[in-house]
Write a protein of this length. Structure first.
Length: 278
C-alpha cells in the first residue's frame, strides 16, 4: 500500500463516520479489557458498530464490544473506542493503529488510553490503577512502518510520549478524589500467551512495572500525529511468577469489573480537567 491508498482508506472511513455523527471530538478514549462500560456513562449521541465502518478491523475478543461511541461529557465532545482491536487477533499492526489515524482526521487533540495489565512491580496489587509514564515496545513491530501521510511525522520523537503535564493532571485528580494511583512503565508484547516467569523477571530487569498486550500501536500513531497521550492501566493480576496462581482472562475481566467504579470516577474527572485545560 502506498501513501495515496492509505489516504483513500482513511477518507472512506471518515466519510462514513461523518454521515453517522455530527459530534466533533477533541478528546478520545480507548477502553481496555473489561473497562468498556465507561462509554455508557456519557451523553451518547451516536454509537457506530466498527463492523460497519469501511476498513475497520473487527474485534474478536470477549469483553470487547466493537463500537465507536460519540457523545458529550458535560458538553465536552468525545469519541470513545469501545472494544479495541489487538495485534494478537491477527490484524496487521497498521490496522490496529488505524483508529487513531481516524481520530486525528476527526480533530482529536488528546488521547486517553486504558488497558488491563499484569503487575510486575512487586509493590503492585490486583485492582491498582497505574498512570503510564512510558512504555517499552516489545511487539517487534511498529504501526508506522509503511506509508506515512504528510500530516504524520516520519520519525516521531518519543520524548514526552506520555505527556508529562497529563501525567501530573491524572496524579492530581487521583489525590483530589482520594483514589490511590501507581505510576510506572508499561511493557508491551504481542500476547496472546501470558508471559513466562522468566520473561517477567526479564521485564523487571528491563525496567517494566506492568505488562500488557495492547496500547503501544495506538500510542505510536498518536505521537506521529501530534496527539497528546495519557494512559491508565488497570492492574488486573500479578504477572506470572509474581503470583503463584495460574492466570486467566476471566480473572482479568473480573478484577476490571471490581475496579469499575473507581476507574469510571477517575476517568470522568480526568476528562473534565483535560477539557478545562484546552
Ligand atoms: N500479561 C499481559 N497482558 C495482560 C496481563 C498479563 O499478566 N494481564 C492483563 N493483560
Amino acid at each position: 500500500m502506498d501513501e495515496k491508498a492509505l489516504q483513500k482508506k482513511l477518507d472512506e472511513s471518515i466519510d462514513y463516520i461523518r454521515k453517522q455523527t455530527a459530534v466533533q471530538p477533541e478528546i478520545a478514549l480507548i477502553l481496555g479489557s473489561g473497562l468498556g462500560d465507561f462509554a455508557e456513562t456519557i451523553d451518547i449521541e451516536d454509537k457506530i458498530p466498527t463492523a460497519e465502518i469501511p476498513h475497520f478491523p473487527r474485534s474478536t475478543v470477549e469483553g470487547h464490544k466493537g463500537y465507536l461511541v460519540f457523545g458529550y461529557l458535560e458538553k465536552l465532545p468525545l469519541m470513545i473506542v469501545q472494544g479495541r482491536t489487538h495485534y494478537y487477533e491477527g490484524h496487521s499492526i497498521q490496522d490496529v493503529g488505524f483508529v487513531v489515524r481516524v481520530m486525528a482526521e476527526l480533530g482529536v487533540k488528546v488521547l486517553l488510553v486504558t488497558n488491563a495489565a499484569g503487575g510486575v512491580n512487586p509493590r503492585f496489587r490486583p485492582g491498582d490503577l497505574m498512570i503510564i509514564v512510558d512504555h517499552i515496545n516489545f511487539l517487534f513491530n511498529n504501526p508506522l512502518i509503511g506509508p506515512s501521510i504528510p500530516e504524520e511525522a516520519r520519525w516521531p520523537d518519543m520524548y514526552n510520549c506520555y505527556d508529562e503535564s497529563l501525567v501530573d493532571l491524572v496524579e492530581q485528580t487521583g489525590i483530589d478524589l482520594k483514589i490511590p494511583l501507581r505510576k510506572g512503565v508499561l511493557f508491551v508484547s504481542s500476547g496472546p500467551s501470558y508471559e513466562t516467569a522468566s520473561e517477567v523477571r526479564m521485564v523487571q530487569r528491563l525496567g517494566g512495572d506492568a505488562v500488557s498486550m495492547s496500547t503501544v500501536p495506538e500510542v505510536l500513531i498518536a505521537r506521529a500525529r501530534g496527539i497528546r497521550v495519557a494512559g491508565i492501566s488497570c492492574i488486573t493480576n500479578l504477572a506470572t511468577g509474581i503470583s503463584s496462581q495460574p492466570l486467566s482472562h476471566k480473572e482479568v475481566t473480573e478484577i476490571a469489573n471490581q475496579v469499575k467504579d473507581k476507574f469510571q470516577k477517575l476517568v470522568h474527572e480526568v476528562i473534565l480537567r483535560i477539557g478545562k485545560q484546552r
